[in-house]
Every structure is written in structure tokens, then in C-alpha cells.
Design a protein around this ligand. Structure first.
Ligand code: GLU
Length: 437
């Protein structure tokens, strides 16, 4: 494990154009919507900035006896509509700027799907693939313990994000519960294993929500999904479930990529089950061309430029920018990642008539089923998958319709429309609470 400097050199406001600031990008999106809505300066100022930013040092005893100091963040952007809600990311490139942007998007994501929650996000600067299981567990528990007072079922409810999953959620839930006299408090965190308060359907919820949106969009655009071609950037939780669910709908998955490289087969398509099996064994798609009937891109970014019906960015922020947007012309972009397109890229895509389903709508299935998990935890009564699936579909389709209608009403693209829908609800809640956000 290489030593990380503290504070990290690549902090948000100091980042150059290559690593564009995600929070600046988020604010540009917000401002474009706010202009259409005629919000007062007070309202804008109140809604935009995060409520609380916490940074902690996380000393961890490594297996070889050394102490390694990691850095963790939790940003609570808004609690106007309910407890802060949002995942915790473990990634070497985490910055406070990025976590601020992700928390900001969570506020508006929860609002678009109209669940009674605010926005938050957490992150740890770490490459978890370099940690042993024991080191990872100590880091996860320390993160929760160090910020224990920030969290709670009515306060701030974290969840999985990039490189975190049910196992880590389970450890964090246990740490929280043990710090509260050993009470069983599953509602403090979502995305847990099923055996300790998780919900059926949470594992594939992000991708499933995206599929509901893509079905609606395809219908509006007259695209038959059973004949559609798909390219996917990112093959983690969202990307891999996206591939298998769309494959079940009859789509041909022609290209996929992850940290291990980018792969395509335009004629026959790629079998998602084979790719998922491969990643399970090998941690990434690296070397996939040796076992599968696929070709390898020289540059994995080329996956974004495939001429397909549906393009799914399911990796990280700032992937589609002014530099490549002109060459990206699918019929639909379905943003499973948070913040994959810059504000400048949006303008180019809109000009080129690409129908973009924005992140705060498209990937909201994850947090929607997190909300359903939290509801079940509080009742102590657990639903069959059909009930979860039915609620998720109803909520996603309603959100899609709200955003689509708003885009027609204000003659704006789907991103600005999603922000208008979301800001309206956050702003109303803040007003009704007496401007308390
Ligand atoms: N990390 C996911 C997201 O970005 C899920 C958040 C949650 O379930 O709270 O939406």
C-alpha cells in the first residue's frame, strides 16, 4: 500500500481541466435549472451548499503491523426532506470536491423519485483491492466509529457505492449497533446482506431502475428494445446488472469495459453471464479476450463512441466531455453512473438530439430500494421480491413521467427538467420548515 499524503494534493478546487471539478459541474446543472425557475437568491444560496462536511483520519493497523492513516469524508448536503441518504465510496481518487458533488446529486435524486430523504455521501481515499479482508473490515468499522454521531436511522443513512457492497454495510451496521448498547439497528444503513435486514431486489435495483427508464424512453422514441444494441462503460454492480437485465429484454450487448480494458463484438454481441462469471474470478475484465469471442479496444474510452441505440455510462464522473461528446451519438444515454457527463458535453449531446436520461433520475432505483429497505427495517416486516419490484417500477415510471412532462413544459433537456422537478420539492420543503435546510 503506497503512502497517501495528507491532505491529498488533488483537492477539488485545485484540480485542472483534466480532472474537472465534479462539484462545479453539479452547480452548473443546478444554476441552469434555477434560471428557468426564477428562484430567489436566498433560495438558491440555501439549497446549493452542503449542510455539513466532515473529514476524519482513519488509523488502521495493517496485517504487517504498520499503522496506515486513511482519510474519510462524509458530506451531508441537505436534510430538508428527510434524513441524509447516500452511499460510501472506497476509491483512490476520492476528493472532498467529489464527495460534495455526489452528496448534492443525492439530494436531488431522492427528490426526483419523491422519497422522504435528503442527500449525503461518504468516501475513503483507498484502493480496496490492495487491502486484505481484515484490513478492509477494520477500515469500514473505523469509518463508522469515527463518525458515529453523524449517522442514525433518522439522521443520516449510508449505503453502498463504488467498491463497497453488502459485506461492508453489514460490518458498519454491526459497529453502529454495538456503539448503541448492542441494540439491533438495521435502519442505520442500507444495502445490507439479506440475512441482517437487507431487502430483496436491492442488489440489482440501480440497473433495474435504469431499465424502467430506458423502456419508457424507447417507447417515446419508437425504439424496439428487443432489437436494440447496447454499450456499457463500467462493469461493477450497476454495469453488470444492466448488461444482464437488458440482455433479458432482448438487447444485444455489443461492448463493455472496466478498469481491466474495453471489449466488443458487434456481430454476435457479448454474453453478460460469461463476463460476470469472468469478473467474479478475476476481479476485472482484464484478459477477457483470451476466453471470450471479443476484440479488445486500444483505448477503453472508445466504448463510449460505439454506434449503438443505448449507451450506458456506469463508471465514474466526467467521462463524456467537450473532448469526446461530438463523437458520441447513441439514440439514448442512460446514466447509471453519477455525473458521467459534463455540463458542456450536455449541450453538444442535446444539439445532436441524443436523448439523455440523467443520473439523478436514471440511477435512482438504487436509493429507491434503499428507501424500501429502510421502511422494512423500521417495520420489522419483510416483503417478497414482487412487492419491491412493483413499488420500484411505479416510482421510477412516475419520476420519468414527471421529468418528461417538465421537459416539454419548459422546453429544456431531461437533465434540466429533472433538476426543476427536484429543486421545486426541496425548495418547498425548506420553505415549509421555515427555511431550515
Ligand atoms: N450509491 C448509490 C447512489 O449513488 C445508492 C445510494 C443509496 O442507496 O443510498 O445512488
Amino acid at each position: 500500500m503506497e503512502k497517501k499524503e495528507y491532505p491529498p494534493k488533488h483537492m477539488g478546487s485545485m484540480m485542472g481541466p483534466v480532472h474537472a471539478s465534479a462539484f462545479e459541474n453539479a452547480l452548473k446543472q443546478f444554476n441552469a435549472a434555477a434560471r428557468v425557475m426564477n428562484l430567489s437568491d436566498d433560495q438558491v444560496a440555501m439549497i446549493k451548499q452542503p449542510r455539513r462536511i466532515t473529514e476524519v483520519r482513519l488509523p488502521i493497523r495493517m496485517d504487517d503491523g504498520r499503522i496506515e492513516n486513511f482519510v474519510g469524508y462524509r458530506v451531508q448536503h441537505s436534510i430538508a426532506r428527510g434524513p441524509a441518504k447516500g452511499g460510501i465510496r472506497f476509491h483512490p481518487d476520492v476528493t472532498v470536491d467529489e464527495v460534495k458533488a455526489l452528496a448534492f446529486w443525492m439530494t436531488f435524486k431522492c427528490s426526483v423519485v419523491n422519497i422522504p430523504m435528503g442527500g449525503g455521501k461518504g468516501g475513503v481515499i483507498v484502493d480496496p483491492s490492495k487491502l486484505s479482508r481484515g484490513e478492509l473490515e477494520r477500515l469500514a468499522r473505523r469509518y463508522m466509529a469515527e463518525m458515529i454521531d453523524l449517522f442514525g436511522p433518522d439522521r443520516d443513512v449510508p449505503a453502498p457505492d463504488v467498491n463497497t457492497g453488502p459485506m461492508i454495510m453489514g460490518w458498519m451496521m454491526d459497529t453502529y449497533s454495538m456503539h448503541h448498547g448492542g441494540d439491533y439497528i438495521p435502519g442505520v444503513i442500507t444495502g445490507k446482506p439479506l440475512e441482517i435486514g437487507g431487502s430483496l431486489g436491492r442488489d440489482k435495483a440501480t440497473a433495474q431502475g435504469m431499465v424502467f427508464c430506458v423502456r419508457e424512453a424507447a417507447q417515446k422514441l419508437g425504439i424496439f428494445l428487443n432489437k436494440a444494441t447496447v454499450a456499457i462503460q463500467g462493469f461493477g454492480n450497476a454495469g453488470s446488472f444492466a448488461a444482464s437485465l437488458l440482455h433479458e429484454d432482448g438487447c444485444k450487448i455489443v461492448a463493455i469495459s472496466d478498469v481491466g480494458g474495453g471489449f466488443f463484438n458487434r456481430e454476435k454481441g457479448i454474453d453478460p453471464a460469461q463476463a460476470i462469471e469472468y469478473v467474479k474470478k478475476n476481479r476485472s475484465l482484464k484478459g477477457f479476450e483470451k476466453v471470450a469471442d471479443v476484440k479488445c479496444y486500444d483505448d477503453p474510452m472508445k466504448v463510449l463512441e460505439e454506434s449503438v441505440d443505448v449507451l450506458i455510462p456506469a463508471a465514474l464522473e466526467n467521462q463524456i466531455t467537450e473532448a469526446n461528446a461530438e463523437r458520441i451519438k447513441p439514440k439514448i444515454i442512460a446514466e447509471c453512473a453519477n455525473g458521467p457527463c459534463t455540463f458542456e458535453a450536455d449541450a453538444i449531446l442535446t444539439e445532436n438530439k441524443v436523448f439523455l436520461i440523467p443520473d439523478i433520475l436514471c440511477n435512482a432505483g438504487g436509493v429507491t430500494v434503499s428507501y424500501l429497505e429502510w421502511v422494512q427495517n423500521r417495520m420489522g416486516y419483510y416483503w417478497p421480491i414482487e412487492r419491491v419490484q412493483e413499488d420500484l417500477e411505479r416510482m421510477m415510471v412516475k419520476a420519468f413521467d414527471d421529468v418528461y412532462e417538465t421537459s416539454l413544459k419548459y422546453k429544456v433537456n431531461m437533465r434540466i427538467a429533472a433538476f426543476i422537478v427536484a429543486i421545486e420539492r426541496v425548495s418547498k420543503a425548506s420553505e415549509l420548515r421555515g427555511l431550515y435546510a
